[in-house]
Design a protein around this ligand. Structure first.
Ligand SMILES: Cc1cc2nc3c(=O)[nH]c(=O)nc-3n(C[C@H](O)[C@H](O)[C@H](O)COP(=O)(O)O)c2cc1C
Length: 354
């Protein structure tokens, strides 16, 4: 019996297996609205057998978008549009999740196939926000130092986005606190130079993350799982690291966050990241052990055997795959076959099940 294909229940939500599609920006939205691309992209991975399909970083406000082409959930029109996607994913016995995000100083950039670095305001870009007026690198503009009123507004935006996500039919909410976006910028002493209660010592740097998680947890139904994606390390000396990640994970657990999606990097432009198969699994394992919280392992997990081993060995509770799912939306159906698990297929495709 494959452990990867065993079910998992978190709060009121049952996942048919431990495979999650990693959130991946598609740069295919118009004014934050999803397009047909999103229905096909997310829908086909639900047909492909993933237990949880996590929608890309979806901005809590227009200024929170990484690029002008990013998805957003700041208005009711968007909520209505997402209902078609969540309805379809559920029709395939999969669970729709959404990653809600604010890009901070890394907002207002070009989509990968349109250019590099910041989009100037005259070309449709906008003033970015950050904990301190320190740019990500020379291709990015200097953010405006966020003040206390802005912080309150951002927390309210996360709350409203989470409530809208529930209304739109998402069964899991993931807070994007990784990859050098706004919350991670507060966590890391390299991007956070503040001298108020949101900067300086570890407790202060974690304050925004804790306040967002606490506010969102209280705003969404008790039965709805809440995940947080954290960058476990900045991969540089004197930056954010795994010890601090364990500290924050404990705090998030106390608040009612259910699972830490354990990623890394993204806040330091020239960091040397030793990417190799499963290179971030160690973080999921450490956080699970030391913070006693469910974790997801992500990063260069590509083969069914590797994924199975991660959950069998107890290094993580779920595996999260990104590019492997871009190459093959039916990765989970193929994995079940390789691991001798007899799983349900969509009836339209049954004649292809061997
Ligand atoms: C096209 C693309 C878009 C991505 N967008 C996001 C995103 O919206 N949010 C996020 O947390 N990570 C994003 N990532 C990172 C992935 O979720 C994942 O963590 C990373 O690709 C490593 O996993 P993999 O080796 O399985 O691809 C993106 C990655 C890719 C390839």
């Amino acid at each position: 019996m494959s452990r990867l294909f065993s079910s998992l229940k978190i709060r009121n939500v049952e996942f048919k297996n431990r495979i999650m599609v990693s959130p991946m920006c598609q740069y295919s939205s118009i004014e934050g609205m999803p397009t047909d691309w999103h229905i096909v992209h997310l829908g086909s991975r639900a047909v492909g057998g993933a237990g949880l399909v996590m929608q890309e970083a979806t901005a809590v406000s227009p200024e929170g978008r990484i690029t002008p082409d990013d998805a957003g959930i700041w208005n009711e029109e968007q909520v209505e549009a997402y209902k078609k996607i969540t309805g379809f994913i559920k029709s395939q016995n999969s669970v729709p999740g959404i990653q809600i995000a604010h890009a901070g100083r890394k907002a207002s950039t070009y989509s990968p196939w349109k250019g590099n670095g910041s989009v100037p305001i005259k070309d449709g870009g906008w003033q970015t926000l950050g904990p301190s007026p320190v740019s990500f690198d020379e291709n990015y503009t200097v953010p405006k130092e966020i003040n206390k009123d802005d912080i309150k507004e951002v927390i309210e935006q996360f709350k409203a986005a989470a409530m809208r996500s529930v209304e739109a039919g998402y069964s899991v909410i993931e807070l994007h606190m990784a990859h050098g976006y706004l919350v991670h910028e507060f966590l890391s002493p390299i991007s956070n130079k503040r001298e108020d209660e949101y900067g300086g010592n570890l407790e202060n740097r974690c304050r925004l993350a804790v306040e967002i998680a606490d506010t969102v947890r209280k705003a969404i139904p008790n039965g709805t799982p809440l995940f947080a994606r954290l960058s476990s390390t900045d991969w540089v000396d004197n930056g954010w690291d795994i010890e601090q990640t364990v500290y924050l994970s404990k705090k998030l657990k106390e608040i009612g966050v259910d699972l830490i999606d354990s990623s890394s990097g993204g806040n330091i432009a020239n960091a040397k990241i030793p990417a190799s198969p499963g290179y971030q699994v160690q973080f999921a394992e450490r956080i699970k052990k030391d913070a006693s919280i469910l974790t997801g392992a992500v990063g260069l997990i590509t083969s069914p055997e590797q994924a199975e081993q991660i959950v069998v060995s107890g290094q993580a509770d779920i595996v999260i795959l990104g590019r492997a799912f871009l190459r093959n939306p039916y990765w989970a159906l193929d994995a079940a076959k390789k691991l001798n698990s007899d799983i349900e297929w969509s009836k339209q495709y049954l004649r292809a099940k061997l």
